[in-house]
Design a protein around this ligand. Structure first.
Ligand code: BGC
Length: 634
């Protein structure tokens, strides 16, 4: 690892540890597995370097104390020293991608698409700092965030994890988010992980894990450029992307991982694979392990079959297929991160500062999230200045997304695919709840229930407008009783490939033919980006109100821009609220004029289903261009 420039004492510590480690210990450090697949005892026995929680995989009753206890046990096992085992503290990783979103009672911030519309780097750093403290309050030290994807096609189910379709905003956020999380690597820091390296947002047709068919120049200007500020800020880990680049899987791509990231860009930390990401390189698992290690991956996220991974890796070293230098490079990098973060000097998780002085789901953090909600809202239409509304207006609040904190939080909240609130009212005529599943049924741990804390959009309205009433399907609309309707419509939660929109199978067939290796395909969210085809019940709800001559303010909860022709025509005002998270009150703050709208589209709003205009295209004839957004004061 000659490219690494580091503190002399850290270098000495690394060399000292490395000199005392057996091959088993080294390969163990390179292994990360899911909490459900490993016990603390096995962590010690196999010298495991890291454990993670997949989306929705949570200990005990999913309270901060349960998390602290769990990580404390893994940590203690990793630190027991004897002749077979050298004490090296484990690092525990989670997807805290919009707040510490797996944990009950956490502050859930808007998903990245909303934060992109806010275009406020200073706010981003505060969000990252608050998120870091919530993570630390559960005894955890590493998050797989921020996502630096530049999503180029709204059919992609992960569009909401992207700040913008164009790299500028992503660049301006990347360093600030890393800075807020890693916080000078002091007491208040967690280890950040930028992902997914690289080109995740550029796949053809927006197919999740698909093929990004672009030139070198485009790759570097659009998808690699957001990583520069994160690297400059000293981000300690980078996650590899599931996608391929011109047919070649990133997970087996030595050029992208070693030559570009480690050598050219002088990345000093470690590279982690995505969830079983090497599995799709080749049919033969042994082959896949060799190619992943030789491409430059340092730590392997292996959800379950970590024993096989370890056995293959060891065989490859013994047979010479994988060099000892490569293993040492990987282990040095892992030790570098653990030492830089001060993990060896931190007490056990239960004894750490924030475990004892939790800052979790607090009003301070929720206030930051509420501010983020306000700033993320984009006003697309405001006929005759119907907004802001008077707090005394007689309002009928309708729509399946009006009183469901699960829906407004979206995917990666409590469960991988998100949740639907338990208290969802029975008179809602939605098409059914979100699909909740794990990648692999044997490791599935489904979380049901509600978002704890925060307010639904309806609760936020009710808190300031005493004459507002809730009627989810809008059939109670009555011009004698209601001056105006607020109809909150939109998508139900999804994550990753299960959020994809595909109108047929040809996108998958084409992609599979082009890539070397395999494509993991999940059932898509729908077959059309036309909102009225995805959620016809939403249009009916609006009509129940407008048919009676009552004007409708439409608030759209969604993880992407959708074709909204009919809904927009019927509305008097239209607000894109993205996936605002737990603090629904932020929406009432703006609808009633306590604050002005300031969000601007960071994604182009398409007019027709078959279009995919992106900022900078020529011609460029979308419904609303990138940067669009109305406000009360001009
Ligand atoms: C996702 C990553 C995530 C990982 C761990 C993967 O499926 O692509 O973004 O960090 O799972 O949960």
């Amino acid at each position: 690892m000659d490219t690494l420039v580091m503190d002399k004492t850290i270098a000495q510590k690394i060399n000292d540890l490395l000199g005392r480690m057996s091959l088993d210990q080294k390969i163990g450090q390179m292994t990360q597995t899911e909490r459900l697949a490993i016990t603390p005892k096995e962590v010690k026995e196999y010298h495991i370097g890291s454990v993670l929680s997949g989306g929705g995989s949570v200990p005990g009753d999913n309270q901060p104390a349960d998390w602290i206890k769990m990580n404390d046990e893994y940590w203690a096992a990793s630190m027991e020293e004897d002749e077979q085992h050298l004490a090296i503290p484990i690092i525990y990783g989670v997807d805290a991608i919009h707040g510490h979103n797996n944990v009950l009672g956490a502050t859930i911030f808007p998903h990245n698409i909303g934060l992109g519309a806010a275009n406020d780097p200073e706010l981003i750093e505060r969000i990252a700092k608050a998120t870091a403290r919530e993570i630390l309050s559960t005894g955890v030290e590493w998050t797989f965030a921020p996502t630096l994807a530049v999503a180029r096609n709204n059919h992609w189910g992960r569009t909401y994890e992207s700040y913008a379709e164009s790299p500028e905003i992503v660049q301006s956020y990347a360093g600030r988010f890393v800075k807020g999380l890693q916080n000078s690597l002091g007491r208040d820091s967690v280890v950040a992980c930028v992902k997914h390296w690289v080109g995740d947002g550029g796949t053809s047709y927006g197919v999740d894990q698909g093929d990004t068919e672009i030139s070198d120049d485009e790759m570097s200007e659009i998808h690699i450029s957001p990583y520069y500020p994160a690297l400059a800020e000293g981000v300690l880990t980078v996650m590899v992307s599931f996608n391929s680049w011109n047919g070649k899987k990133c997970h087996g791509n030595k050029y992208l991982l070693t030559e570009v990231l480690k050598e050219e860009l002088e990345f000093e930390g470690f590279i982690i694979s995505d969830w079983d990401g090497i599995d799709y390189i080749d049919e033969d698992y042994s082959e896949t392990v060799a190619r992943g290690i030789n491409a430059g991956i340092d730590m392997f996220m292996v959800s379950e079959k970590w024993r096989e991974f370890i056995a293959h890796a060891k065989n490859h070293v013994l047979s010479g297929r994988v060099s000892m230098e490569r293993i040492d490079d990987a282990v040095k990098r892992i030790l570098y991160v653990k030492l830089m973060y001060g993990l060896f000097d931190r007490p056990r998780p239960a004894e750490r500062y924030w475990s004892k002085n939790p800052d979790f789901g607090t009003s301070h953090n929720r206030a930051i999230a509420r501010e983020a909600v306000r700033k993320s809202l984009v006003l697309l239409k405001n006929e005759n200045d119907i907004l802001p509304l008077s707090k005394n207006a007689r309002i009928i609040v309708a729509g399946k997304n009006a009183d469901n904190r699960g829906y407004q939080c979206g995917g990666f909240t409590i469960a991988w695919q998100g949740i639907t609130d338990d208290n969802e009212s029975a008179d809602s005529d939605n098409k059914g709840g979100p699909i909740i599943m794990d990648y692999n049924s044997s490791s599935a741990q489904i979380q049901k229930g509600s978002i704890v804390g925060g307010t639904s959009i309806w609760e936020g309205i009710k808190a300031v407008a005493p004459n507002a009433t809730l009627n989810l399907n809008g059939t109670a609309a009555d011009p004698n009783l209601h001056d105006v309707g607020i109809v909150v419509i939109g998508e139900t939660p999804y994550a990753e490939g299960m959020g994809d929109i595909r109108d047929g199978d040809y996108q998958i067939e084409e992609t599979s033919e082009k890539i070397e290796g395999f494509l993991k395909v999940l059932a898509p969210y729908g077959h059309s980006t036309v909102l009225n085809e995805l959620h016809p019940e939403d249009l009916r709800t609006i009509q129940h109100i407008t048919d009676k001559g009552i004007p409708a303010i439409v608030v759209l909860v969604s993880g992407r821009t959708l074709i909204i022709k009919k809904e927009l025509e019927l509305s008097s005002a239209f607000v894109a609220a993205w996936l605002p998270g737990s603090e629904g009150q932020g929406i009432a703050d703006v609808l009633f004029g306590d604050y002005d709208f300031q969000g601007k589209l960071s994604f182009t709003w398409q007019k027709h289903r078959d279009e995919n205009y992106i900022k900078g295209d020529s011609p460029y004839e979308p419904l609303f261009p990138y940067g669009y957004g109305l406000s009360y004061n001009g």
